[in-house]
Each structure stands twice: as structure tokens, then as C-alpha cells.
Design a protein around this ligand. Structure first.
Ligand SMILES: NC(=O)c1ccc[n+]([C@@H]2O[C@H](COP(=O)([O-])OP(=O)(O)OC[C@H]3O[C@@H](n4cnc5c(N)ncnc54)[C@H](OP(=O)(O)O)[C@@H]3O)[C@@H](O)[C@H]2O)c1
Length: 315
């Protein structure tokens, strides 16, 4: 599988299998069976997070696969309520997976939530998420840099950051993030941020990379699928790889897992046709009624307001 070289010197397989499995403990535990079929189908990069509750399932699937650790790339993420306890949180994630290092460790979100009995969604009396303003991501990054020096994580990066928050991070960072993981698909192409990262040698990884059914059913994507004799998803995933970004896709179905590994080369003019589909529309995570994403406004996140209102998304 094609790889991308990170600024840490580590090589990262450019297609990862995602492991978000919903919030039900049963579903999360069941993830080990479809993560195993993914490894058997050829995935060598698995994306998980402390918040997903699937680190144990990832470890289980890896053990069952019999694949040597050095042949795998495992990404996990620091939960937003653990930002003051980076070292402890890494140890806990390692314990859950049964691994002794992670290839990539990301700050999952720029915001810090209160740490309270390890509850990932601590609430204020009014029902809003309880933010902890006594810690910022510059503080957390210093601890991430220490974790890198410890060897328990081979590369460090961030997720859901923007040019605004990355610029703030770089004011104090000694180590440049190796990766930025964000939502990208043909309806949210993020050209400016992708270019900014390229200039800084930060590899961008797209989540919600398929763009779900709404993008699969776009007439331009359907026409290109027919032109190249591949599926609409393969057109979308090939577009990502062609622009030099990594992707994380999740499927529980072995047929779709295999489909998502088969990318092709698109002609330049077809890639530009896909670029032109941009609607600056987020499909993955919805802001709350006040327009906040997990307690932060779009302005604070440095995210552009969307051109279109958020609608229900068919997966
Ligand atoms: N950093 C972050 O904040 C963040 C946020 C969101 C996600 N992520 C990561 O990114 C991963 C993927 O994100 P995502 O699940 O939102 O996006 P996705 O992989 O683009 O979409 C997954 C959905 O699409 C379906 N699907 C997958 N491949 C398909 C295909 N070829 N044809 C038709 N349907 C297909 C899956 O159903 P089936 O399972 O039935 O195939 C599932 O419902 C997550 O698991 C997680 O690891 C990270």
C-alpha cells in the first residue's frame, strides 16, 4: 500500500481503517471482528481514539491477525478531558490495546473539557459541556513533545485544528505536528488549510472521507464512476489520494473494506471537476443549537461558517 512520509521520518500507510463504532459498549466490543476482516483484507493502518472506546477491540484484532507489530501503523488520540494528563492517558491507551507504542498520537480536539471521574462528556448545571479554560493546547502540546521523547509515541499531531489554532500552537511548539486529521470530502475540500499544511510539511488525513451517500449520489461523482468503471466511493477516495492526503474510512463490511483499498489515478481535469463540487459543508459532526462544536464557536475553532445549513445526513 502507498505510504506518506511524515516529518518525523516515519512512513504512514495512506489508507487507514477507522474504528468509530457508536457509543453502545456491545457495538464497540464487536468492532474487533470487523477490524480483523479489515486487517485480513490488507489494511495496515488502524485509526482509533480514547474517546471511541475501541482501543481494546483494536488490540484484540491485531493479536488475532498475527501481523507483526512493525508491519502495522496504529493511530490513537488524546481525549479532550485528558489534556492535562497526557502521560497517564497514553499509558491507559497502551494498556487497553496491549501495545507498547503508538505510531501516531493526536490531540483529538483543540478544546479541553473538565476531567471528572473520567466522564468524556462532563456537563455544567445548564446542560452545556463543561469546558476547562485553565489549560490550553499549547500546554498540552508541551506534554505531547515529552511523550514523543519517551518513545511511547513515534509521531505526534492534531485533529480538528484550523489555520487559526495551528498558528496559535506554533507560537510555542518545538516539534511541528506530523499530521492534521480533519473532515474532508468533495463537499468540504478545505483547499486553503490543505495548502497551508503542505507548506509546513504537515500531512493531512481526511476523515468522513467518503462524504457518505450525499457525495456518492452526486451526479458528477456518478458520471466519473461510470467513466472509470469503478464505484462512486472509489472515485472520491482516489481524489483524496491524488491530492496527497491520507484517508480514514470505516466499514464493517469486508466487501466495502476491500473496495475502499482500491484507488485509481484520476486525470487532472477530473480531479478539478471534483474540487469544483465544494460547498464548504460539514457532513460528519453537527454543531449544537447554539452553533457550537463541543463547546467552542466556529470562530474560536477557526472554522469557516458553512455555506449551507446542516441537514440530516444519510450514511
Ligand atoms: N478525528 C476526528 O474527530 C474524527 C471524526 C470522525 C471520524 N474519524 C475517524 O474516521 C473514521 C471514518 O469516519 P466516518 O465513519 O465518519 O466516515 P466514512 O468512513 O467516510 O463513512 C463510514 C460510513 O460509510 C459507510 N461506507 C464505508 N465505505 C463505503 C462504501 N464503499 N460504500 C458505501 N458505504 C460505505 C459505512 O457503512 P458500513 O460500515 O456498513 O460499510 C459507514 O456508515 C472513523 O471511524 C474514525 O476512525 C475521526
Amino acid at each position: 500500500m502507498k505510504s506518506l512520509l511524515l516529518n518525523s521520518g516515519v512512513s504512514m500507510p495512506c489508507i487507514a481503517l477507522g474504528s468509530w463504532a457508536g457509543s453502545a459498549p456491545k457495538e464497540r466490543a464487536r468492532a474487533s471482528s470487523w477490524l480483523l476482516t479489515g486487517l485480513e483484507a490488507g489494511y495496515r493502518h488502524i485509526d482509533t481514539a480514547g474517546l471511541y472506546g475501541t482501543e481494546g477491540a483494536v488490540g484484540e484484532a491485531i493479536r488475532q491477525s498475527g501481523i507483526a507489530r512493525q508491519d502495522l501503523f496504529v493511530t490513537t488520540k488524546l481525549p479532550w478531558h485528558h489534556t492535562k494528563r497526557v502521560r497517564e492517558s497514553i499509558e491507559e491507551s497502551l494498556k487497553r490495546t496491549g501495545l507498547d507504542y503508538f505510531d501516531l498520537y493526536l490531540i483529538h480536539w483543540p478544546q479541553t473539557l473538565v476531567y471528572e471521574n473520567d466522564n468524556p462528556t462532563p456537563l455544567n448545571a445548564d446542560g452545556s459541556l463543561a469546558l476547562d479554560e485553565s489549560c490550553d493546547f499549547n500546554d498540552t502540546w508541551r506534554e505531547m513533545e515529552k511523550a514523543l521523547a519517551s518513545g511511547k509515541v513515534k509521531s505526534i499531531g492534531v485533529s480538528n485544528f484550523s489555520i487559526k489554532t495551528l498558528e496559535q500552537l506554533l507560537k510555542t511548539a518545538k516539534v511541528m505536528p506530523a499530521v492534521l486529521q480533519i473532515e474532508i470530502h468533495p463537499y468540504l475540500v478545505q483547499n486553503e488549510l490543505v495548502k497551508w499544511c503542505k507548506d509546513k510539511d504537515i500531512v493531512v488525513v481526511a476523515y468522513a472521507a467518503t462524504g457518505y451517500a450525499v457525495v456518492r449520489e452526486d451526479p458528477t461523482i456518478i458520471a466519473l464512476a461510470s467513466k472509470y468503471n469503478v464505484t462512486p466511493t472509489q472515485i472520491v477516495l482516489s481524489w483524496h489520494i491524488g491530492r496527497g492526503t491520507g484517508i480514514v474510512t470505516k466499514s464493517e463490511n469486508v466487501g466495502r473494506q476491500k473496495e475502499n483499498l482500491e484507488v485509481i489515478e484520476l486525470h487532472e481535469e477530473d480531479a478539478r471537476r471534483i474540487d469544483a463540487l465544494d460547498k464548504n459543508r460539514r457532513l460528519s459532526i453537527k454543531p449544537d443549537k447554539q452553533g457550537r462544536m463541543f463547546g467552542w464557536s466556529f470562530d474560536r475553532l477557526g472554522w469557516q461558517e458553512e455555506h449551507a445549513p446542516h441537514t440530516e445526513v444519510k450514511l
